[in-house]
Write a protein that binds this ligand. Sequence first.
Ligand SMILES: [Mn+2]
Length: 509
Amino acid sequence: MSNFFRTVSTARRALLRTYGSRRRYATEATNLSDGSLKPSIYGQPLFQSHPHLLQPQDLTPGIPAEDYELRRRQLMNGLPDNSLVVCVAAPIKYMSGKIFYKYRQASDFWYLTGFEEPDSAIILEKTSSSRGYRMTIFCSGKDSAKEKWEGAKTSLQDAATIFRADDARPIDNFSSHLKSAMAAHTQVYVDVPHSHTRRGPRASSKSILKYLSPPSDARSEYDFIVDSLSSAKRKPLAPQVAKLRAIKSGAEQGVMRAAADISGRVHAKTMRFTRPGIPEAALAAHFEYLCALSGAQRMAYVPVVASGPNALIIHYTSNNHLVRQDEMVLIDAGCEYNGYASDITRTYPASGTFTPPQRELYAAVLAAQKELVALCTESADLSLHALHRLSCDYLRRELKQLGFELTGGDLESMLYPHFLSHPIGIDLHESSNFDRSQSLKAGMVVTIEPGIYVPPTANFPKHYHNIGIRIEDEVLVGKTHPTVLSVAAPKEIVDVEGACQGSLGLEAF
Ligand SMILES: [Mn+2]
């Protein structure tokens, strides 16, 4: 047995002495010498079953159970007395018919629970106890016939113990509990979905049940319960959770750094893999493959692999052209790792060497980008809006030096038509409840992504026509210093060329 496994086993035995939950199922699953449990008896990886993925204190990889407890406590502390919080799991989404997509938990539900199963929900009731709230978790629980097909679900008892709920109930009881809990509270914080995946005449845009699957006869009851809430009593939950999610804990910063590190290294590898004539799709495939190989669960968004003038399309995702010798390739891609998104853009020459116009324009965007990164501090006291205005100033200055004669809104409407930044975390764009006029605070993570896209029109210098460049980093805001999380992706001209020109191959990965 290696030292690594011995350490893990020792820690695991200590944990089992404390919780002991595995022992109840010892006859049903195989105990492997590395400490893992195969097949698992839980609905998601836990230290008890997957010691190669989690540390003893983790509830989800990289995030301690204590973090989840703190999140719920902070949420409930911030709400008025006699408040109720209702948060439900994401539905299973379908590509076609019964063909489902790989499941991804709803972001706020995951942030508050760490529970990864569909068909689950929580009710949090604010109380005067020292904990400050009472938590009831609803989930599928054990059903051996169903688990034979779909894999294990966490038992009600384990859901309560491991996820620190006061009570665990079958999801089938959710509607009746919800009804009585809502009646007993003054404010109910709950989100009604904006869109849904259920099809057919019974689908209602107001139904909370849309978040649950499979459909059940209780649906009309959920509709009734949520509809029965007066608008004065019903409050949106998402803005309350967004306030907490905006500031990343130390553990979250660690996971985000790991996610950015995977994506950054894969950007470098993909630069090296690129050669004239290669399909954009091959670069996308290479990127996704290396992310998956590094442990990422999925891409955080559909990758943009845009060669030459395709880069002028900001969200170009067709990725179906060939890369030509004289072109640059713009890749905007990042993985999702252990629940956190990464988002990095790099632009590099297909040949491995920038042409003079490519180099000049790249240097212009890079100069602005670095100045903006340096301003991502609490002490700079700038909002995203203020940073965006500065990005326009800096890019205008750079372009004038390159001979652009800019009039009116040329920059904002044609050359740089998108916003500089967005907050990032569990979601790629954590923007919907984020105030862009608010000064950045330490612990926030934002992207800094200025770009220049030169259309082939006579008012712009001809040698820059059809060049699109964006350079995007993820920046952790500090009190007085920013930290670039995406540092593994080459950005300086010499580093980009060096990465492009290195030898081909995966052996060093
Ligand atoms: Mn972005």
